[in-house]
Each structure stands twice: as C-alpha cells, then as structure tokens.
Design a protein around this ligand. Structure first.
Ligand SMILES: Cc1cc2nc3c(=O)[nH]c(=O)nc-3n(C[C@H](O)[C@H](O)[C@H](O)COP(=O)(O)OP(=O)(O)OC[C@H]3O[C@@H](n4cnc5c(N)ncnc54)[C@H](O)[C@@H]3O)c2cc1C
Length: 408
C-alpha cells in the first residue's frame, strides 16, 4: 500500500486491511524511495492515493472497502437468497449468535460492514474475558471466533452494510448497501455502538489525520517517540493509554472528572499509575485541535475552564460515550430515546407489533417489537457493554430464535 501518513483515506485502508487480517506493507511516498519507484513504474501520469499494488501487477487507486474486500478474496455476496437466521453485525454478540445458530443447525449468514470483531476487535488487550488469564487482543479473539463460525458453516459477508429492513409476516428482508436484498426467517441485530463525535474546533477536518475515534492500533508505529493524548476515562481509554505507552514518548489522558475510579477497572488504574510515561490530567477539556494538514497542537481548557493551554500533539485518540447503530432500522423496531433497541419486557403496550397479539404472546427475552427480530449486545437498551455479556446475549438469542421458529 502506498499512501500518505496523514491522509484520512490512508488510515481507513490501513485499518480495513489490518482488521481483516490481510497482510500488507505500507509505504509513504514522502519518505520511501520504493513507494516512489512503484508509482513511477505504474505507467500512470497521476495516481490517486492511497493505492494498492498487487503482486500480479494490478493496482487499486483510492479503493472503497468493498473493492478491497472483493480483490483480496473476502466474501461480499451471499450464496443463497434465503437463510434461517441472518445476523447483522460481526462483533462479539453477532459472532456468538452465528456460532450457536449454525452449530444448532440453522442456515446462518452474518453481514458486517467493516471487519469482524466490532469494538472488541479494536481493543489491544482484553484482560477480563473468561478463559484468557494472560489477556487476549481483540483481533485474536475475532480471528478465532470467525474461524469457529466458518467451521460450523456460517457465511460471513464483509464490507457489506445493512441499510434497511422490511418485514412481511414470517419473512424478513435485509436490504444491503449495494442494492441487493437477503431474506430470512429470523433476524438478529447485533450492530453495536460507536463513539459519539467530540465537539471541539477543527476536529472534523483532522479526523483520520492525527485525530482518531477508538484505539487505531495501526497508528502505533506512527506515534513512536512522540506525544499523544487520549480523551476519556473508561476502560477503553485506559487500555489505549497502556497500548500507546509502548510506542509514544508520553501519553496524556484528559479526563473531565476528578478521578478514574468511577468508570475504570481497578486493575487498569493500577497499571496506568505504574507506567512512567502515562500521566492523567483531571478537570481538563479539549477546546480545539490545530494543524495544517495533520494534527500538530491541542488547545486544552485547564483548571475547570479558568485557563487555556496549547500543547504539541502527534495524535489524539477519543473515547467518549456511545451511540447505537440503529438508524438503518427506521421506525420498524421500537427504540428508546437514545436509539437503543427495546426487547423483551421493555417493549410494552402499543409499541408491540400487532402480530404479537395475533400470536397471543409477548416478546421473548431479547426479542424486539417485531416477532422474529432479536437483538443482542451493546445496541440493546439496558446492555452492560462488555465482551462477555455481548457473547452471552448473542448465544442466548439463538434459544429464543428456535422457540420463535417452532411456533411460526
Ligand atoms: C477499545 C475498546 C476496548 C474494550 N475493552 C473491553 C474489555 O477489556 N473488556 C470488555 O468486556 N469489554 C471491552 N470493550 C467493550 C466491548 O468491546 C463491547 O462491549 C463489545 O464489543 C460489544 O459487542 P457487540 O457485538 O454488541 O457490538 P460491537 O463490538 O460494537 O460490534 C458491532 C458490529 O456491527 C457492525 N455494524 C454496525 N452497523 C452495521 C450495519 N448497518 N450493517 C452491518 N454491520 C454493522 C459494526 O461494524 C461492528 O463490527 C472495549 C471496547 C473498546 C472500543
């Protein structure tokens, strides 16, 4: 891959390749002679970066994720038009649902818009997941889960986004971003959450160019011996601090509250305090990010807004509140005021689809306001936002899928 270090599109392509376990070599034409040579021998006057050069001599210029997926042999279209169970989202909840579904005989398909693993796939080290006393990286957990799902015959589509849902009695239709449609008897929504956008001057312009949402582990090398900042005070921010402390000269956590203990596990707080190049600044708030083509400086309000300070920064990693991925569902599925999906006894009265009255029953645990449409993991109203609970819900949902299918 040839791409400029600070171009957001380069970051997107690197992230997509890495999270889908596609080995690549990244070369920056500003510093790499080999990159310039590759560009020169391509025979094109002007190449649009980032560019992927394949060993057979073919080239992809500024590719979309789906193009990369197709070119690299990832599955992007389904083998069949109809499935027993379609799972939308291949985070821990969706992958668990798929493994249990397929292992119990359901023809199962998973639709994932980026890469299997979800948020957990972005975690450098999950230390509290049962069965891994030495911790496990999110990427490794995802790789194992996908291998297990495939072994049971699950089809996993990558770089395919669910953009709409239509329900016609027992048949559910999932509309995909490329215009195709897939039908199923039962649907499991496991689309998770992503980080809320931070409001501070210049953020949008520099996102992907030094400013990143989530851990962006592909950027470890690019921050070597530099000063990086992390916003957030929960476990995900703490893990990122630990991870980047191995590369960066200094890691500074900007935390609004007076202490870490309200949202971070004790073991992580202890690890952070034990690392010399991590510091935590409480009562600090980001006002602005500055830089010509990439992040160069942060303007921080300190002392609860009494003073402002400008500091040099090579990268900023943001971990603040979560928003659910449910826009694609329109009004078909009942949600709470923040967009999280209601299920089981949380769906009440007029919000329950009329079909439930016809079937003379209430929604099962993890069943949404639509019969046969289930939800699991972080996207569910009231979920606890942990890998283990997402896995637990994904596998439990399959029990209720069977119960639903046996009654249809
Ligand atoms: C950096 C980090 C560190 C963490 N560390 C820990 C930890 O140590 N321990 C712990 O227990 N928890 C940890 N968590 C929390 C944990 O990762 C989440 O609770 C868990 O991943 C939730 O799983 P999920 O399957 O519900 O959703 P997600 O992991 O969010 O997965 C949802 C998936 O759905 C896909 N998707 C969304 N919309 C669509 C669509 N329309 N079409 C197709 N696909 C779609 C997304 O791309 C994503 O892959 C961490 C989270 C982060 C970000």
């Amino acid at each position: 891959m040839v791409g400029n270090q600070w171009a957001p599109a380069s970051h997107r392509v690197k992230e997509f390749l890495a999270r889908n376990n596609i080995p690549y070599l990244w070369l920056d034409p500003e510093v790499s002679e080999e990159a310039r040579r590759l560009m020169a021998v391509s025979g094109k006057q002007k190449l649009e970066l980032p560019c992927l050069f394949f060993t057979d001599g073919s080239i992809l210029e500024k590719p979309e994720n789906r193009e990369i997926a197709e070119r690299c042999g990832l599955k992007t279209s389904a083998d069949m038009p109809f499935y027993d169970l379609i799972v939308v989202g291949a985070g821990p909840a969706g992958l668990a649902g798929a493994v249990y579904g397929a292992s119990e005989g359901l023809r199962t398909l998973v639709v994932e818009r980026k890469a299997p693993g979800g948020q957990a796939g972005m975690s450098s080290r999950i230390e509290n997941y049962l069965g891994f006393p030495g911790g496990v990286s999110g990427g490794e957990l995802a790789r194992r889960a996908v291998a297990q799902a495939r072994r049971f015959g699950v089809e996993v589509l990558t770089a395919q986004e669910a953009v709409g849902l239509a329900v016609d009695g027992p048949s559910k239709t999932v509309k995909l971003g490329d215009g195709s449609e897939l039908k199923c008897r039962a649907l499991l929504i496991a689309t998770g959450v992503s980080y809320r956008q931070l409001e501070a001057g210049g953020i949008e312009r520099l996102t992907g160019a030094g400013v990143y949402y989530g851990a962006a582990m592909t950027e470890g090398e690019s921050v070597r011996n530099q000063d990086v900042y992390i916003i957030g005070g929960a476990n995900s921010a703490g893990q990122a601090a630990m991870y980047f402390s191995r590369f960066a000269r200094t890691v500074t956590m900007l935390v609004r509250g007076p202490s870490l203990s309200s949202r971070m596990s004790r073991y992580l707080i202890d690890q952070i305090h034990a690392v010399d190049n991590i510091s935590v600044r409480h009562g600090a708030e980001l006002l602005e990010v500055q830089g010509e083509t990439r992040l160069e400086r942060l303007v921080i309000a300190c002392d609860d807004g009494q003073t402002a300070e400008t500091v040099p920064a090579a990268a900023l990693f943001i971990f603040i509140g979560a928003v659910p991925h449910t826009d694609w569902l329109g009004d078909r599925v009942a949600r709470d005021e923040s967009g999280f999906i209601l299920s089981g006894s949380d769906v009440s009265g007029s919000r329950v689809d009329a079909d439930f009255h016809l079937q003379n029953r209430s929604p099962y645990l993890l069943e949404t306001s639509l019969p046969g449409v289930f939800v699991a993991g972080d996207v569910r109203h009231g979920s606890v936002k942990r890998v283990a609970s997402a896995v637990g819900e994904g596998s439990m949902a399959v029990t209720y899928v069977h119960r639903y299918l046996s009654g249809v």
